[in-house]
Ligand binder design. Sequence first.
Ligand code: OAD
Ligand code: ZN
Length: 272
Amino acid sequence: SASVDRAVEVLAGRRVAVLTGAGVSTDSGIPDYRGKGAPTRTPMTAQQFLSNADARRRYWVGSHLGWKVFAAAEPNDGHRALAALETAGVANGVITQNVDGLHVRAGSGRVVELHGTMRRVGCLQCGQVFDRRDLAERVEADNPWISLPENVELGPDGDVTPASADGFVVPVCSVCGGTLKPDVVFFGEYIPVEKFREAEQLVHASDALVVAGSSLVVNSGIRLVERARRKRLPVVIVNRGATRADQRAAVKIDGGTSDVLKAFAERLPGLL
Ligand code: OAD
Ligand code: ZN
């Protein structure tokens, strides 16, 4: 399309930082937060999780079921194109707001996971970190009855609202018995300062910023766009529907991330 051609012109010969959101994973069957058909549930806040054992039980049932969905999801052409662009020396790395781990699985090497990842679970008391797969086995063993309900509404965090959490045995830290929490930024929580700085540095070390599949409604995303603009880097946005930075973009492509990123991966390496 004409807008893809213009974006390729703008990006030609530049080292590109990429910022992704939930839209890059919808083609892998994981819903987004604010797109068409996104689920309409309010996510649990860190406050609720920390202050209430019942809330933690509900969270853990949903998070465990959601993990099974994440674990079964496969990277799509968009994730693969970004990995290929990095290998070709076009992309400097990926900053993602997603917690599904699909960029890592697609082979991207430098991935800044701004909102953390569901692959890891941490103990809030002693700090021990657990691999999600190992923990999921423990949860299954403790709750052999658990299975994905049919027609369930999945959230982008891979969370599920179960009909009931009665009887669910919540996993605890095997070292100290403490409270376990997936290594993700909850609603109402801040991104660790070092993590945001890492993202900023990636933008500063690049000659352009590509945003793919994010409404940029969340502040950290829009702040990275501002950093790029302040350094006079051109910003290219690939998103179905409006984003909060459309006015500030050199080129806005209203299209699917899988197709458009694939087109970038076919065309940009030859223009370096
Ligand atoms: P959003 O759901 O806000 O935005 C995703 C955007 O992608 C929407 O504008 C969709 O229309 C678009 N979209 C969906 N599928 C697409 C496709 N295949 N091709 C192109 N565009 C597509 O998701 P994010 O911007 O990622 O934070 O949301 C940011 C943060 O808000 C999340 O990380 C989460 C949430 O609060 C935390 O949980 C801390
Ligand atoms: Zn512990």
